[in-house]
Write a protein that binds this ligand. Structure first.
Ligand SMILES: Cc1cc2nc3c(=O)[nH]c(=O)nc-3n(C[C@H](O)[C@H](O)[C@H](O)COP(=O)(O)OP(=O)(O)OC[C@H]3O[C@@H](n4cnc5c(N)ncnc54)[C@H](O)[C@@H]3O)c2cc1C
Length: 374
């Protein structure tokens, strides 16, 4: 049996390792554009120079996994085509191409490795006293602003977002804003309409919806909201955001031989997270192993436990949440928060590398409606 995995991120790596460990007769190939595993959860560290986001793929994948460097251009009927024109046949395919970014002109993205390297070089060239603007009030924006503020106290850091930490509880949102304020990060609650570039490299004017104009010497796009076009351009069913429509077993509704996992799969109520991608990759691999043994496959189920944010290297926030990902009141901050976040990062990478990963099942029954007050 020939099984091909497209993409060696969290979902693809754990899937390939689980298949290679349990499906000894199968030939498992992974196709990835570069020879490194990119820990996207550390891209803000890569930019600030506080950590590296890459590990050689040969250290992440089992020896019996065949690694092919390249990018897949098209998925066809039982075969796919690489960007160098070669074609590869498959019996089962796992598509794990992750998510990507669509930065506004005049900004550098945080969410891909190539862009993070450019952003890191620009930041290290930035003289003291200059201004870095981070666009995006979600986890990526918060982590990026805090990491830069801690590592470059000589530059002025600003974060712009409609809401800072919208997925956190109100008290945790306030705490994040207080901590950013303590790090001298300026918080601007607004939407960016346009970035006008100037003659200096990457310098420009950030134009807000309120029509206020802010000078910026380096503007980072910390929004990760798009997925690669591969799934849609190959004719597999996608939702309005371009993510693959999958059934309860994580199979494309267009072709039962194709499992789609991680950020590029439209799994109901799933958020872009390694905490989502890793169990999905493990489950898809498990399903192919069951099929190979002639067993029935099982529906995918996972519940969330929390969301972790780093606020520099010595501070962090762990927001406890219900299995449906709604935040609870409980959250942990300070060094325990930072240690929790580091633990989450390490567990996701460990799980991908070893294929040992456990997760909580999702809720069986729909959540009870909130109690009426008063
Ligand atoms: C700065 C930052 C901080 C984050 N922090 C957290 C966090 O704290 N917790 C959390 O849970 N999540 C976090 N995330 C989100 C998390 O990183 C992603 O949700 C996760 O990486 C998704 O995993 P994946 O396997 O689906 O895709 P990815 O990790 O993106 O891997 C996809 C792989 O597919 C490859 N690929 C793409 N197209 C092709 C193609 N055509 N052919 C071959 N290969 C292809 C890519 O190069 C890549 O190697 C963060 C993201 C960022 C950017």
């Amino acid at each position: 049996m020939k099984i091909v995995v497209i993409g060696a991120g969290y979902a693809g790596t754990i899937a390939a390792n689980r298949l290679a460990r349990k499906c000894k007769d199968a030939e498992v190939s992974v196709i990835n554009p570069r020879a490194e595993f990119v820990e996207r959860v550390r891209l803000h560290q890569q930019i600030a120079g506080t950590g590296s986001a890459t590990t050689p793929l040969i250290e992440m994948l089992r020896k019996n996994v065949d690694i092919q460097l390249g990018s897949v251009d098209k998925i066809g009927d039982g075969a796919l085509r690489l960007d160098d024109g070669t074609s590869i046949r498959f019996d089962y395919l796992i598509v794990a191409v992750g998510s990507t970014v669509s930065p506004l002109p005049g900004t550098v993205a945080v969410g891909t490795y190539e862009a993070a390297v450019v952003a890191g070089a620009s930041l290290s060239d930035l003289p003291a006293g200059k201004t870095v603007t981070v666009i995006g009030g979600g986890p990526t924006g918060i982590e990026t602003a805090a990491e830069i503020a801690e590592s470059r106290p000589d530059v002025h850091v600003r974060i712009v977002g409609q809401t800072i930490g919208a997925t956190l509880s109100p008290a945790a949102q306030r705490r994040v804003c207080e901590d950013l304020g303590r790090m001298n990060v300026q918080i601007v609650q607004d939407v960016v309409d346009e970035v006008r570039t100037m003659e200096t490299p990457l310098g420009g004017t950030v134009v807000l919806r309120s029509r206020e104009e802010l000078h910026s010497d380096l503007t980072l796009w910390a929004v990760v909201a798009d997925v690669p076009e591969l799934v849609a351009s190959s004719g597999l069913a996608v939702d309005a955001s371009g993510r693959a429509v999958v059934d309860e077993y994580l199979r494309s509704v267009t072709d039962e031989r194709i499992f789609v996992v991680g950020d590029c799969a439209a799994v109901p109520d799933a958020r872009f997270a390694c905490a989502t991608a890793t169990p999905q990759g493990a489950h898809a691999a498990g399903s192919i192993i069951r099929i190979a043994k002639g067993h029935k496959i099982r529906k995918f189920s996972m519940g969330y436990t929390g969301q972790a944010l780093s606020l520099g290297r010595r501070n962090g926030l762990l927001q406890a949440c219900r299995r449906d990902d709604t935040p609870r009141r409980l959250f942990v901050t300070g060094i325990p928060g930072a240690v929790s976040k580091e633990g989450v990062n390490r567990y996701a990478k460990y799980g991908s590398r070893t294929a040992n990963y456990v997760w909580l099942p999702g809720r069986k029954r729909p959540a009870r409606p909130p109690r009426q007050l008063g």
